[in-house]
Write a protein that binds this ligand. Structure first.
Ligand code: HAX
Length: 426
């Protein structure tokens, strides 16, 4: 048995040396070029940042520390956090120690709950989640250690401490948001017999007679944890933490990006899209009706949520894991049947339109469908569930970045006048 901190303490010196060696021998080698189109196009495909927790292969999807997602999809989110950070899965005793540690740190101070109660019930759960983390910042060990003069090599330690606190409290905070925002505001205490994700669904208090919702949350919180570092939420958190803003500020920044409809909010948008279809056709449409509806959406200048991806050029393996889950847990649900029909119809429509580079579904095409089918009927809340999970990856990435002393992010921007001059335009 080992603690996460002791494993990291052992591994970090070698990791630092490895990077030092690469930089000394190959620091001047070119790994990417940037075209004018990429500079105007969201930097798509520009390789200019290191992320060792995971990588996204366009052809096969997420690979976590060299392991295809499908091979670790059945692990717990706590195991995923350990794997992202250390490159190994914990043994049973080490996992138990991490889980006990998270349990011991899970209480959210009363003033934070009061702050959540103070905002209007029309506030978006993502705004409340981000705000809740900022309220928790008061307890940051990064900030207090920095104020008392911490050495640069030590920075990863309080980042780990804050991350453990933050991750321990985030399910409590987010379940409280659910109960304040949608129910009677009575909070449910955590159950000491349950682990991190089981407690999250327990504290939300949605009836779960089959246990399927708890199982879905375990899968969901594992699958969404990390997706390398160029995506909006991870990138925002990374950039924010590069200024030695602590994990509360940095994860909050990441959550603010996750709240966008082209990123994390897509699960909410996707579910709304599914519900609108069932509503329009008073049940399942036939394939032709669905095709017409999809064209109507595209012709109105809107995207089809849950399809396409900035990096992936295949069916998202997270979608596949959700599909397998749904096939067992709720195969007869009209929403699940509709998702299946969309899988058959939408790629063809997008191909015919000829714009999207990837016409296959991403995880958002199913995650909301399953969450709704298993009893969480408030689509606006879904991105907050995603946030609980994505915080795992954001924290892992910023701990490692501090461990190897990645400096403050500061790419160079250029003006349109500079571009015109550079390419020889008058
Ligand atoms: N429906 C309609 N049009 C689509 C589309 C879709 N599902 N996916 C891509 N396109 C369009 C783009 O809007 C773009 O159109 P313009 O040239 O008119 O701007 C064109 O196809 C080329 O886009 P792309 O290069 O294939 O994709 P991008 O990297 O620009 O964008 C997105 C990737 C995920 C934002 C995009 O596919 C999209 O909007 N999908 C729907 C929303 C969605 O599912 N988002 C969740 C993605 C997963 C995620 O991050 N989850 O958090």
């Amino acid at each position: 048995m080992a603690s996460l901190k002791s494993v990291l303490s052992e591994k970090i010196p070698a990791y630092r040396e490895e990077i030092k060696g690469i930089l000394a021998a190959h620091g001047d080698k070119v790994i990417s070029e940037v075209t004018v189109a990429q500079a105007y196009g969201g930097m798509r495909g520009v390789k200019a940042q290191i992320c060792d927790t995971s990588t996204v292969s366009p052809e096969t999807g997420l690979i976590v520390r060299g392991i295809p997602l499908a091979d670790v999809a059945d692990r717990s989110p706590e195991e995923m956090f350990w794997l992202l950070l250390t490159g190994e899965l914990p043994d049973a005793a080490s996992l138990k120690e991490l889980q006990d540690e998270l349990a011991a740190r899970s209480e959210v101070p009363g003033y934070v709950i009061e702050a959540l109660r103070a905002v209007p019930r029309t506030s978006h759960p993502m705004a409340m989640q981000s705000m809740g983390l900022l309220a928790l910042e008061e307890g940051s060990k990064v900030r207090s250690r920095y104020d008392s003069g911490m050495r640069k090599e030590e920075r990863w330690e309080p980042y780990l401490e804050d991350s453990l606190d933050l991750l321990a409290k985030l399910p409590t905070l987010t379940a409280a948001i659910y109960r304040i925002r949608y129910l009677d505001g009575e909070l449910i205490p955590r159950d000491p017999r349950k682990d991190w994700s089981a407690n999250f669904s327990h504290m939300m208090g949605v009836p779960d007679p089959t246990g399927n919702l708890a199982n879905l949350m375990r899968l969901y919180l594992n699958l969404h944890a990390d997706h390398e570092s160029g995506n909006v939420s991870a990138n925002l958190a990374h950039v924010c933490a590069s200024a030695i803003s602590d994990p509360y500020y940095s994860v909050s920044a990441g959550l603010n990006g996750l709240a966008g409809p082209l990123h994390g909010l897509a699960n909410q948008e996707c579910l709304k899209f599914h519900l609108s279809i069932l509503d329009r056709f008073n049940g399942l449409p036939n394939p032709d009706q669905l095709k017409d509806y999809a064209w109507e959406t595209l012709n109105a200048g809107r995207v089809i949520p849950g399809f396409g991806h900035a990096v992936l050029r295949c069916t998202d393996p997270r979608y596949v894991a959700c599909y397998e889950f749904g096939r067992k847990a709720c195969p007869e649900e009209p929403l699940f049947k509709l998702a299946d029909l969309m899988y058959q119809v939408i790629p063809g429509v997008l191909k015919e339109q000829g714009k999207a580079k990837n016409t296959a579904p991403n995880v958002d095409a199913l995650s909301g469908v399953l969450t709704y089918a298993l009893g969480v009927r408030q689509p606006q809340f879904y991105t907050a569930i995603f946030g609980v999970s994505r915080a795992i990856g954001m924290c892992a990435q910023m701990i490692l970045a501090r461990a190897v002393g990645i400096p403050i992010t500061r790419p160079k921007s250029v003006t349109t006048a500079w571009i015109k001059d550079h390419v020889g335009m008058k």
